[in-house]
Ligand binder design. Structure first.
Ligand code: FES
Ligand SMILES: [Fe+2]
Length: 373
């Protein structure tokens, strides 16, 4: 798991009535809106006696109050009130929690969990067609999975599994001439894009898709890629027509073994609102086919070296993803999970926020990181 990337915290709607707690990268955060409706994300641990801010109340002065002794924190993480000191008391400089940069988009509250200054941060992935004319988005959907997010991203990049895992996306190994075409890869900042040609698009069944169901004689191109460790892009285009599906997974690693996927599903056909449910239902069928396989992978986490697996040319983009993760480790972004776990009952950690580069006096220790080589 890596700091210094954008992570989905919760849906925008989930903080309209109060705060929302999220566990990300093994640590707790709270998202809430201030009195002007601006979303914030703070480290959830109150620096007085360790209360959970998310269990407290959002006040009209734009702060969230700890449920234990009522200390109030504003969106910047500064403590503005310590009730036990009485009114007009001076607040010590150390009374602050980490506050993370937030962007709300696609009905998701994203936080940049890390301490990079603004000019060094990656940008949040931009879905260009979102809210564009001629495109429709399904309501952003959360999928809970019981496995590591890297396994999930690798599955989404994997061009060779469709044929065998998804009966509607391939021919289940029945075609004698089946093979995976070469993958074209383009590196981008902290990620990569790929282009993958599938020789024959399997038919969409007419019962569901009506007369617009496409036939199996066309080629299908998938553009996709990843950004950082946790964002997956899949754009499915048929050659014959311009009926496209674009899918985006913004993944929230709760810890090494549990993940929440924030799924944004776009299309430029079948535009009627009443088709949303059917289309999401179809997508969830496909997602569940992946889950069934991924739930049973061993080892549970990706092996540490390439020697404990076999890579073939169809795995090229997965190899690229692994090498990006190595780059992030070299940059010093990787959380030392072993060390964190050994000490987690005595120590509450925080992901260092950008303010730590400018200010001193923080109560919580920064999360241990794997030393960069
Ligand atoms: S623990 Fe939060 S106010 Fe005391
Ligand atoms: Fe799949």
């Amino acid at each position: 798991m890596y700091i210094n990337f954008w992570y989905p915290v919760c849906l925008s709607d989930e903080i309209n009535e109060g705060s929302k707690k999220a566990t990300i990268l093994g640590m707790d955060f709270v998202a809430f809106r201030d009195h002007e409706g601006v979303a914030h994300c703070l480290s959830n641990v109150c620096v007085h006696r360790g209360g959970s801010l998310a269990n407290g109340i959002c006040h009209e002065d734009g702060t969230i109050a700890c449920p234990y002794h009522g200390w109030r924190y504003n969106g910047q993480g500064k403590c503005t009130k310590i009730p036990s000191l009485g009114p007009d008391a001076k607040i010590p400089n150390r009374a602050k929690v980490d506050s993370y940069p937030v962007i709300e988009r696609y009905n998701i509250v994203f936080a940049f969990l890390g301490d990079l200054p603004e000019d060094e941060r990656p940008s949040l992935y931009e879905i260009e067609e979102y809210e564009a004319e001629g495109w429709r988005a399904n309501q952003t959907t959360i999928i809970d999975i019981d496995y590591n997010y890297e396994r999930s991203i690798e599955n989404g990049l994997d061009p060779a599994h469709n044929e065998f895992v998804h009966p509607t996306h391939g021919f289940s190994g029945a075609r004698n001439d089946y093979k995976v075409n070469p993958t074209k890869i383009t590196k981008v900042d902290r990620g990569a894009d790929f282009e993958q040609l599938f020789d024959a698009a399997p038919p969409l069944d007419e019962e569901t898709y009506g007369e617009t169901a496409r036939k199996s004689d066309g080629e299908l191109t998938v553009w996709g890629g990843y950004r950082g460790p946790n964002t997956l892009i899949t754009q499915i285009h048929t050659k014959k027509d311009s009926n496209w599906f674009h899918q985006y997974f913004f993944e929230q690693p709760i810890n090494e073994f549990k993940t929440k996927i924030f799924f944004v599903n776009m299309r430029n056909w079948l535009m009627e609102e009443n088709l949303d449910e059917m289309i999401m239902g179809r997508n969830m069928e496909v997602v569940n086919q992946d889950i069934e396989v991924l739930d049973n992978l061993r080892p549970v986490l990706t092996p540490p070296t390439l020697t404990k697996e076999i890579f073939v040319p169809a795995d090229l983009i997965i190899g690229e993803y692994r090498s990006s993760l190595e780059d992030f480790t070299k940059k010093g972004y990787k959380i030392d999970v072993k060390k964190m776990k050994e000490t987690q009952h005595q120590t509450a950690y925080a992901i260092p926020s950008p303010a730590r580069k400018k200010e001193k006096s923080w109560v919580l220790d920064p999360v241990p990181l794997v030393k960069s080589k």
